[in-house]
Design a protein around this ligand. Sequence first.
Ligand code: R2B
Length: 310
Amino acid sequence: MTSLLADSSKPFMAERKSYAGNRFVHVKNPHLDSMDEDILYHLDLGTKTHNLPAMFGDIKFVCVGGSPNRMKAFAQFMHKELGLKGDGENIKDICAGTDRYCMYKVGLVLSISHGMGIPSISIMLHELIKLLHHAKCCDVTIIRIGTSGGLGIEPGSVVVTDTAVDSFFKPQFEQVILDNVVVRSTELDKDLAEELLNCSKEIPDFPTLIGHTMCTYDFYEGQGRLDGALCSFSHEKKLEYLKRAYNAGVRNIEMESTVFAAMCGLCGLKGKISSSLVFGPFRSPHPPFPLPLLEGTKPIIMVCLAIYLQ
Ligand code: R2B
């Protein structure tokens, strides 16, 4: 681990330094300024009930993933790895007052669950971004460490996303606002993706690749599964679609990346300020092939953190 950190720290730090000057997480909502109180309903937090800068002002890394248990396990893992005082096993869920999401703060790291699919992660991200804004956080890197299904890649691989694409392989997210459709970009920070890939090369038996991640609205028909309650296509048709996806650069499929990339990018959690990545271990979409998430992703997260904390 030591040599790995020494070798890979320089470009990462140089990149981070260049973020200076435009570093705060921002919201793009003129109405917020005139509100007496901002209640983050689904996180059970608020600007009047909680001192958000004191609670969260030092956050530098936000890791999000679908399941509450997994994000608790990740927080416990981070607690141990960072050598923090206290009992990591009894780590406290900051959002315990609601059963929508869970949230753990471990040093400079926030670990949050987002549930499944675009609507669920979108609600969480609205409130998380406002939380980071109210807390005056700066230089925040957000990483989704969720699961995904691999496409034509070795089982157990970690895909570091360069671009999130929709079901038509386009790098965009269509947000319906009232009765308008607004198209938002889903570009992610490619430099950090390369940096993470380089780090992963130094970890034995850790297959990692950079690729596009396709985000669908549905787990069954949208991802070509033949075993849902509804299915109107043949096995051949499914394979033809998945081959086209592969040829378009897609290496894994999940259900959150496009809105994650779009929202984080618009609010300063992307590009020159920080990086938004989506990566997860292979879980074959046909049929599911569960692998423990942390085994696949913890070395990368650790490398990011250790480099930052140097
Ligand atoms: C991956 O796994 C979940 C579906 O099982 C979904 O949240 C996703 O993106």
